[in-house]
Ligand binder design. Structure first.
Ligand code: GH3
Length: 296
């Protein structure tokens, strides 16, 4: 795909030269004749590079550049093309966030090279961003179940401390006598059981409002940000769905499992550690009251 360039210049003669030259280099060129048009076009086109004039009838190029660079994730390189040739002008351009500055009348060889370099820089940046997103999702996910892991929980804790998220119910779930499954059928089959339990919890919850975390070996945590009533229904549906599963590790050996669940309804603002320990205590009660049940 051809790289997309937004070229902003109010002078038709300059625009003609730029259009013809850049098209001859096989770039796709989008043209804007003033700052406000440029801002709109950049949002629509999402270009790979912006060539920006400084002196324009409405918003100056410096101001356009400043506004764009104020956006949190803005990463499109901007090259100024300007008849303002003083050192102070160049410095100002770089100060408001430009990648480079070319003075008019521009040298086409220099323009070609600078455009190519800026596009190369942009390509590296985009690829680094993608790597980061991939690594972040790997770091936050449990390798076996694909659920969020404890590392992600520390992120959630920080957001909770900052008041950015609130939870209505905290649910802790633990598979009953899971160690026996490992002992009888082997650790690998134990993993299969863990995956099935994770799938049921995921299917019963809503990723838009609930956070599901593999909390420990056979322990799962769900943080509900919606009403307590719903969480009770979801917990019961998970418990019954898991007890209805049947596992067949070997011919003629079939077994089922149960889980114990602790539910803690949040009534006042408290650190997440406290909410977790309350849910953990509710789980402890469920275990000690005979397992395969939900305790509050
Ligand atoms: P209880 O009902 O009292 O909770 O009994 P339990 O057997 O589930 O007790 P416990 O929590 O002590 O056992 C958890 C077991 O989970 C022990 C550990 O070997 C196993 N485990 C932890 N992580 C994994 C894992 O990733 N895969 C498998 N297969 N087993 C795991």
């Amino acid at each position: 795909m051809n790289e997309r360039l937004v070229v902003v210049d109010d002078e038709p003669h300059n625009m003609d030269i730029l259009r013809i030259f850049l098209k001859s280099l096989h770039y796709t060129v989008y043209e804007a004749v003033c700052g406000s048009e440029a801002l709109e076009m950049i949002d629509q086109v999402a270009p790979d590079l912006i060539l920006l004039d400084v002196m324009m009838p409405d918003i100056s190029g410096f101001e356009v550049c400043r506004q764009l660079n104020e956006r949190p994730d803005f990463d499109i390189p901007i090259i100024f093309l300007s008849a303002k040739v003083q050192k102070e002008d160049v410095l100002r351009g770089l100060h408001v966030g430009a990648h480079d500055y070319l003075t008019k009348p521009f040298d086409l060889d220099l323009l070609e090279k600078k455009v190519a370099l800026a596009l190369q820089y942009r390509k590296k940046l985009v690829s680094l961003r993608k790597d980061n997103i991939r690594l972040e999702s790997m770091a936050f996910k449990d390798g076996l179940t694909g659920l969020f892991n404890r590392f992600y929980l520390s992120n959630v804790m920080r957001k909770h401390e900052e008041g950015l998220i609130r939870f209505q119910t905290v649910m802790m779930l633990d598979i009953d006598r899971f160690k026996e499954i490992n002992d009888v059928y082997g650790h690998l089959y134990g993993d299969t059981v863990l995956e099935s339990v994770a799938r049921i919890i995921s299917a019963a919850t809503d990723p838009r409002t609930d956070i599901v975390i593999r909390y420990g070996g056979d322990e799962f945590l769900v943080l509900f940000s919606e009403s307590g009533e719903r969480s009770g229904t979801v917990a019961e549906s998970i418990r019954t769905a898991i007890s209805a599963l049947s596992f067949e590790p070997e011919v003629k050996s079939m077994f089922s499992i149960t889980v114990s669940i602790g539910l803690f309804q949040v009534t006042k603002e408290q650190p997440l550690e406290i909410l977790l320990s309350r849910a953990d205590y509710a789980l402890f009660k469920a275990k000690h009251s005979g397992r395969n049940q939900i305790s509050n």
